[in-house]
Design a protein around this ligand. Sequence first.
Ligand SMILES: *Cc1c(COP(=O)(O)O)cnc(C)c1O
Length: 430
Amino acid sequence: MKDIERIYRDLGISAEVYAYGEAAVARLCDRFAAIDEVAEYNQQKVLSAMQKNRVSATHFAATTGYGYNDAGRDALEAVYADTFHTEAALVRPQITCGTHALTVALSANLLPGDVLLSPVGAPYDTLEEVIGIRPSPCSLSEYGVSYRQVDLLPDGSIDYEGVAAALTKEVALVTIQRSKGYATRPTLSVAEIGKLIAFIKERHPTCKVMVDNCYGEFVDVIEPSDVGADMTVGSLIKNPGGGLAPIGGYIVGTRECVERCAYRLSAPGLGQEVGANLGLLTSLFQGFFLAPTVVAAALKGAIFAANLYEPLGFPVIPNATEPRHDIIQAVSLGSAEGMIAFCEGIQGAAPVDSYVTPIPWAMPGYDSEVIMAAGAFIQGSSIELSADGPIRPPYAVYFQGGLTFYNAKLGVLLSLQKLCDRGLVTLPKL
Ligand SMILES: *Cc1c(COP(=O)(O)O)cnc(C)c1O
């Protein structure tokens, strides 16, 4: 037995599951090579931004209190702006999560009487309360901002006629979510987002466009900011934090929009001038530096999962062969037992808390129990190997992350092993 087979056996992977996995890996050479090419481009893009801004060891020094004249913080923001090709960037540990970053971007750039339009259907769950689709204290709705939505067509494409009709002069901001999140619609490519932005700006030139870029950063060589978005927004405990950022969010875009965001985040008159870095800048710089290759690892893990499960008859979104625009992989396991087995496998492959058994649990905001697997260095980080889903038909788990492909590979193999062990699937004879 080869050393590599022995180490997998010691980790609980049978010879059959290992061989089935290797056959999938062998089919994926070309796709993995294409992912590496994107990662190489993005690595040089980030490096070039770091060099241009003369990042130096002094930029990693901690600041406290008001954080006036924080050269490291300002350099990090310049690096983000240059990477995303924008005039300005707000990248802060004081932005607590992706929802917070999106909330700052929306509330800073919408005024009473304005209309917010989503031309790609319902936004991410947490934004329902931010917007006031589900009534909530301090929602945009309470401040006199109303909301309009144009759903995607049944085939998942954009309803351009509907968008044209909804785009009246009261629409001050359009919000476009790149990733499908936990919906079953397709994720939008940056090119499609660009086409939609051009369509909007042609009809309504003063209308601002914000893109929720969560889970999309570095999957492609261009970003929404390259195709006309006024603001591109995301979380640092997803792709751009590279697994190292312990907290934070970013907003990149036009100077006008980003300045307003800074005034909303801190206070009118203070803006970007305050906000101590609390010693987190090494992680934020280094995480951003590693992000292109970490995203590549996560993408390979997602494609590996699709190529393991689809041939076994489990519906997967995206499917085994289609192009990727984010790092999320949905796998429909068809039963609660299947979801539990899958999540146990992901948990068992983690570097942290691998001995823990995930169990379905009632969660606020959900009408069914939810199961979650995550053994992460950063709590809640979903650029690290993780899986979750509500226990209800079609019994789909959403799988994402993996700081290295080998960690994601072990997770996917162990999930399949658990399904095999419980008789929930039979592998074909190779
Ligand atoms: C994760 C996510 C968010 C919210 O981010 P949090 O950090 O969980 O608050 C918003 N939109 C999309 C598409 C996401 O994937």
